[in-house]
Design a protein around this ligand. Sequence first.
Ligand code: AMP
Length: 135
Amino acid sequence: MPSLFSKIVSGEIPAVKIYEDDHTLAFLDIAPASRGHTLVIPKDEYADLYAMPPELLADVSTTVQKVALALRDTLAPDGMNIVQNNGSAAGQTVFHYHVHVIPRWEGDGVFGAWRTQQPGQDELRALAEQLRAIL
Ligand code: AMP
């Protein structure tokens, strides 16, 4: 069954679109975290970052930059968050890869600072070794 966002691509579900090209689409989030909150998606359906072909990731990134520039020039926010969730534990609710472009204003309270951990150097080095072995 096509994802919610595939239905937006096909026109089956309406959306407030702001940009599209051959491979990507940008539309306003229906429940924005801030004014201008936009989603950028590949037109083809991939569940998440892990499934995305690298060249399509590049296409989406190019559209994310275009949208961020347009939001910056239109709304003059103080900052811009680019957010991308993978898996329900990370807050993903729509399993069609998408990138949130979220304009930010000083003191808007949209996101707080995240809690940080204090790993020792040994722990960091051991983890880096595991990752380098794969990369
Ligand atoms: P995520 O939690 O990263 O999966 O984000 C899904 C996003 O899709 C949320 O910010 C929703 O508000 C947004 N959303 C869900 N349905 C629609 C829709 N029909 N049109 C626009 N945005 C939507």
